[in-house]
Design a protein around this ligand. Structure first.
Ligand code: ADP
Length: 528
């Protein structure tokens, strides 16, 4: 009965092939690139779709030494990246915890602290730069994980602080300028060249390191949260290009720009997302009910809590764990205390008596293993599998939608080359001589190759275009079978099918934030 009940709960987490297709359709509808204000309210109408001012992705030949700094939640990291131009790099980094009192100080206190960390780093690792011509500056990419209103590749006004920071006089200021001012005060040969979002960093890092790729399409994060950034045609981003758009300067020559989707807030209106009672409990107990509804079903910050809610449901309905004595203050009874790594451990447990799972349930949830029946552990594992698989299948939705929206599916099949017989060719040639037009299919005649670009070459079997995707985050990296479940769902999208799914190449962008920020600094410096 307990297993049957667990299976019934697991069924509630099903996200069918039809659901995937509906999800993709809705995602395509909400990828609004027109009005600058649509989606900003996070009311489920659209996603924010922020233009990033990054106008190209690297191809692995980039060279040079660049700095990157990362102000995230708790730490400030400084690193230098040496790009060797052959898709390889080396990275040196330092990390310092941000003192609590600085998070609630004033902007001079915080940013001069950051600038001093940059100084220490540059003096230790790039002392040569002080001897050289001081006008030759190290270019720096600034990863800043707070909401900003970006107006140029190195200009962004802080909208509000999150994650425990509260420095009132910085709100509304350009954070690049705040950092640059303090760097200049120390006389450092460093230029803040780019303001970087972490998903864009993932995209750039993957594009640099990805072997033989013509450029990565999408950078996607499945870690604490989930989000993605992709390469879009500038002409489609009308919120940038229309005459009255409130935008700063950017390089228009590439015809492309990276867009940060903020897909964590996809379908806040819950039109296509699954919504179990366990999701509802989580949302009601969250700090932001009704917001980031997609993220709340996918990412590391939430899967542990969904599992906790589902286990409690099973306990109530099927008498799970009734024989166990569980302390009142056990993590099982404490909201937000179950880490998503618990799901990875249990999913990976292949022991016949689920002894690994029992150990994790004791250590991480406070359920004493001594009284825990194998059947109970098995019931929990059924829930884990359902929640993890749903997360992965949901993750396929934005991937499929972006591949479709960017027209990548059109390049999936080699265009059938219309071959004509010699007789037909002759007739066509005569006809065209009469009308003065080139014979149809003339360019396809194999014996008469004219100079054609790489696009033509891509029509041979082995050269078919790879759709490259960079991923990052503990969930995609560590949850067993995550990519496999994503791929199963991708195949169920009619526009992709098996053929499309097989063209998609996914790879982890290692050191994504540092390398990505360095690469954006490089692209920005080149464009300036
Ligand atoms: P971030 O996204 O903050 O840069 P991570 O990618 O490491 O960092 O993601 C951290 C999140 O991943 C946390 O929510 C944590 O619960 C979850 N996590 C950590 N380890 C694992 C694991 N082995 N399997 C699945 N999720 C994990």
């Amino acid at each position: 009965p307990m297993i049957a009940k667990a299976e019934a709960i697991a069924k509630e987490f099903d996200f069918s092939a039809e659901d995937v297709r509906k999800g993709v359709k809705e995602f395509l509808r909400l990828m609004v690139l027109t009005a600058p204000d649509v989606g900003l309210q996070n009311d489920g109408k659209a996603m924010t779709m922020i233009p990033t001012y990054v106008t190209g992705v690297p191809n692995g030949t980039e060279k040079g030494v660049y700095l990157a700094v990362d102000l995230g939640g708790t730490n400030f990291r400084v690193c230098s990246v040496s790009l060797s131009g052959d898709t390889k790099f080396t990275l040196t980094q330092s990390k310092v915890a941000i003192p609590r009192d600085m998070m609630v100080s004033d902007s001079h206190t915080l940013f001069s602290f950051l600038a001093k960390e940059v100084e220490k780093f540059v003096k230790t690792h790039h002392a040569d730069h002080f001897e050289e011509d001081i006008s030759h500056k190290l270019q720096l990419g600034f990863t800043f994980s707070f909401p900003v209103d970006q107006r140029a590749v190195n200009k962004g006004y802080l909208i509000r602080w999150t994650k425990g920071f509260d420095i009132k006089d910085a709100v509304g200021k350009d954070v690049c300028e705040l950092l640059q001012k303090e760097i200049d005060a120390l006389g450092l040969p460093v230029k803040v060249a780019a303001l970087v979002n972490d998903t864009v960093g993932t995209l750039m890092a993957r594009s640099y390191t990805s072997p033989g790729s013509t450029g990565t399409l999408l950078g996607a994060i499945f870690g604490t949260g989930t989000n993605g950034a992709y390469v879009e045609k500038l002409s489609k981003i009308t919120k940038m290009t229309k005459p009255d758009a409130q935008v700063g300067e950017y390089d228009k020559s590439t015809g492309e720009m990276v867009v940060n989707t903020e897909w964590g807030s996809f379908d806040n209106a819950l039109k296509v997302l699954p919504d179990t009672i366990y999701d509802q409990q989580l949302d009601a107990n969250s700090v932001n009910p009704g917001i980031q509804m997609f993220e709340k079903r996918i990412s590391g910050m939430f899967l542990g809590e969904i599992l906790r809610n589902a286990i409690l449901g099973l306990k109530k309905d099927a008498g799970l764990l009734n024989a166990s004595t569980i302390a009142e203050d056990a993590p099982l009874y404490t909201p937000w205390s179950v880490d998503t790594s618990v799901l990875s451990f249990i999913e990976a447990d292949n022991t016949s008596d689920l002894s690994e799972s029992k150990k994790v349930l004791e250590e991480q949830l406070g359920i004493p293993a001594a009284n825990l029946h194998t059947e109970e552990a098995r019931a929990v594992k059924i829930l884990v599998h359902a929640i993890g698989k749903r997360s992965a299948r949901l993750s396929a939705v934005p991937i499929a939608a972006i591949v479709i929206a960017t027209g990548k599916v059109d390049n999936l099949r080699p265009k059938p080359v219309k071959r004509m017989s010699i007789v037909e060719q002759g007739l066509e040639a005569i006809k065209s001589a009469l009308t003065g037009k080139l014979p149809a299919g003339a360019a396809d005649i194999p014996t008469a190759p004219t100079v054609k670009g790489d696009k033509e070459k891509a029509q041979t079997e082995e050269d078919l275009e790879v759709i490259d995707i960079g991923v990052d985050g503990s969930v995609v990296e560590h949850y067993p079978g995550f990519e496999k479940f994503v791929r199963e769902a991708l195949r169920e999208v009619h526009e992709l099918g098996v053929e499309g799914e097989e063209r998609i190449r996914m790879g982890v962008a290692k050191d994504g934030s540092g390398v990505g920020a360095a690469l954006i600094a490089l692209v920005a410096a080149k464009a300036a």
